[in-house]
Design a protein around this ligand. Sequence first.
Ligand SMILES: *Cc1c(COP(=O)(O)O)cnc(C)c1O
Length: 354
Amino acid sequence: MEIKIERAKTLKIKPDQNHLGFGQYFTDHMFIMDWDKDIGWHDARIVPYGPIAMDPATMVLHYAQETFEGLKAYRNPQGQILLFRPEMNARRMINSNKRICMAELPEEMFVEAVEALVKYEQDWIPTAPDTSLYIRPFMYASQPGVGVHPANSYRFIIILSPVGAYYPEGVNPVKIWVEDEYVRAVKGGTGFTKCGGNYAASIAAQVKAEQNGYTQVLWLDGVHRRYVEEVGTMNVMFLINDTVVTAALEGSVLPGVTRDSIIHILKDMGYKVEERDLSIDELMEAGRTGQLKEAWGTGTAAVISPIGELCYKGEKITIHDFKTGPLTQKLYDTLTGIQWGRLEDPYHWTKVIK
Ligand SMILES: *Cc1c(COP(=O)(O)O)cnc(C)c1O
C-alpha cells in the first residue's frame, strides 16, 4: 500500500502524561483512505489531524452506516512499540462491515495502516505507568444522497489519542445497574458488531444508571430480559464457586479481544470457563448464597474492571466486600503485563512495530 504523507505545519504541545484522561487529546496526524465502487480502496494518506468537510446529505449522517474499532499501542520497557492482537480488530471490523453492508478493508491493509500511523506519531506514545496510545479506526458511508441502501463510497479513518488509565482512581470496583427495561441487542440484530448505532441506542440506559448512582449497566438479553450479556461496553465474567461463567457469542454479544485473551489465560491457569446462558435469577441467587465470588468486565479501554455491586429490581448484592478480588487482580496484572511488554508473552499476542 502506498501512503502519501502531508506533514502538519505546526505540531501540538503534548499534554501532561499524568493527566491524560481518556480520549481527550488527539495527535498531529490522521490516516485516511477512500473506497469507491468502481475502483476499490485508493488514496491512502497521512494528513494533519483536523475537521472533515461533509455534504449535509452524506449517508452516514442519516442512516448511521458506520463501524469502528478500538485498540492500543504500548511502549515496552525496552522502548519498542507494541500492538496487541491487531489482526483480531481487523477481522472484527470486516465482520461488522459485512453485517451492515459496508465495503470491507482487507486485514493486511488495516494492520498496515495502523502500524504506519502509529509509527509516524510514535512521539505521542506516552511512557508513564498505565498510559498508552488509543487507536480508533472507523469507517462510514461517505456518499451524499437520501435513501436507505449500501453506499457507493466509504471513507476509512484512523485517529490516535494518548490515554491514561480508564479509571483515574485505579482498578476499583464499580456499581452496576441491571437494566430490565432498555435492551442493547437481539439475536439477528447488530449486537456482535461495533457499529455506531448500537451505542446511540445504549445511552438512555447509561443515563438512567447514572441517575440512580451507578457507573454502568448490566445488559440482559433483548428477548427474555433474563440472560446476562454485557456490562456497558465491556464483556462480563462471573466467578461462581470456582468456575468462570460468561455469555456465549451467539450474535447479540460483542466478541471482545480482551474477552478472548482472558479466557485463554483463565484456562491456562486451570480454571473452568463456561460460555453459556446465565440468568439474572441464577446470578442473584449465587450472590445471595455467597457462591458469586468475583465479577469483572473486560475491554480494551479499562482492560479489567471489577464489579463490586449489582442492583436488580431494587435488590442489591455486594461482591467480594466491594473490593477487587484476587482473581480479578491477577488477570489484570497478567494481561496488562503482557500488553505493556513487562511479562513474557507465551501467546505471541504482542506485535512489535518495526
Ligand atoms: C468494544 C466492546 C467490547 C470489548 O471489546 P475489546 O475488543 O475487548 O475491546 C465489549 N462490548 C462492547 C459492546 C464493545 O463495544
